[in-house]
Design a protein around this ligand. Structure first.
Ligand code: A3P
Length: 297
């Protein structure tokens, strides 16, 4: 990718107390100075919590009727730029992509913990959609992603990965801090819609309804039904404009981007001992939080 930094897997670095890689910190100044507009919508997640799913839903809600061809001609990562990504050697600079977006509203994705979000988003009172996923499935999904994505640090073996997740030593830091930080922010900043991956799996239509009322949209029942159909797992998995198959750094022979899309796949990965260790540590880390997750539905 970047000739200066080599195409090898990047090192994890400590950045203001959060584990990151250079791909998401090298453009820090420009990212922090990014000028948000009042109608921008920020889609924020810890990696693998359902970013692409919600991005497709929002893109369809806003542009599905006026520009249906977007769904079959523009990859989702171009329709919804990744704010902090910086790989200039392959012309991938999130801030530039966001600035060049021709449509309104601009849909912008970030994996930043809440304290890293550029200040103009708060000043402009932008709407933000946060998606959270239960820690166990989030960990499993991230493990397979790090195995197949050569611009992420090496995943290593599952046992080791499990420990790194608990310690927050993965790109974008601690899951616990991420989900809690955004949850706390929501208590004072009312323009955050906090969603759960498990709810989306349980009833996509209901979650689209809630999103619409947050966004102030009122699509017809027919349109909503159409969108719900478009964003079903099998449909998105087949759609090369949504499934990341156009991104060369990902090795789908190791694992596809659209892997399983399920709640509870952690049961196929966690040993009984790991599950006990995890639950005990989780209770300690999350004891002061009112956040409730479902690891099965
Ligand atoms: P799995 O690895 O568990 O399958 P992100 O977009 O944040 O990177 O998240 C990717 C995860 O969301 C993957 O989880 C992927 O399969 C799942 N996903 C994406 N679209 C989905 C959909 N329409 N329905 C269910 N899961 C979906």
């Amino acid at each position: 990718l970047d000739p200066d930094k080599t195409i090898l897997r990047p090192e994890l670095l400590d950045f203001h107390g959060v584990s990151m890689t250079h791909y998401f910190t090298d453009n820090w100044e420009a990212v922090q100075n990014f000028q948000a507009r009042p109608d921008d919508i920020l889609i924020a997640t810890y990696p693998k919590a359902g970013t692409t799913w919600v991005s497709c839903i929002l893109d369809l809600l806003y542009f599905g009727q006026t520009s249906p061809e977007r769904q079959t001609s523009i990859p989702i990562h171009e329709r919804v730029p990744f704010l902090e990504i910086f790989a200039p050697s392959v012309a991938l600079v999130g801030t530039d992509q966001a600035e060049k977006l021709p449509t309104t509203p601009r849909l912008i994705k970030t994996h930043f913990p809440v304290q890293f979000v550029p200040k103009s988003f708060w000043e402009q009172n932008c709407r933000m959609v946060y998606v959270a996923r239960n820690a166990k499935d989030n960990m499993v999904s991230y493990f397979h992603f790090d195995r197949m994505n050569t611009v992420q640090p090496e995943a290593g073996d599952w046992k080791d990965y499990f420990q790194r997740f608990i310690k927050g030593k993965l790109v974008f830091g601690s899951w616990y801090d991420h989900v809690s930080g955004w949850w706390e922010k929501k208590q004072t900043y009312s323009n955050i819609h906090y969603m759960f991956f498990e709810d989306l799996v349980e009833d996509t239509g209901r979650e689209i309804d809630k999103l619409c009322s947050f966004l102030g949209l009122s699509p017809s029942a027919e349109v909503k039904k159409q969108i719900t159909g478009e964003v079903q797992f099998d449909k998105m998995k087949k759609n090369s404009m949504a499934n990341y198959s156009t991104v060369p750094v990902m090795d789908f022979k190791i694992s596809p981007f659209m892997r399983k899309g399920k709640v509870g796949d952690w049961k196929n990965h966690f040993t009984v001992a790991q599950n006990e260790e995890f639950d005990e540590d989780y209770r300690k880390k999350m004891k002061d939080s009112t956040l409730q997750f479902r690891s099965e539905i």
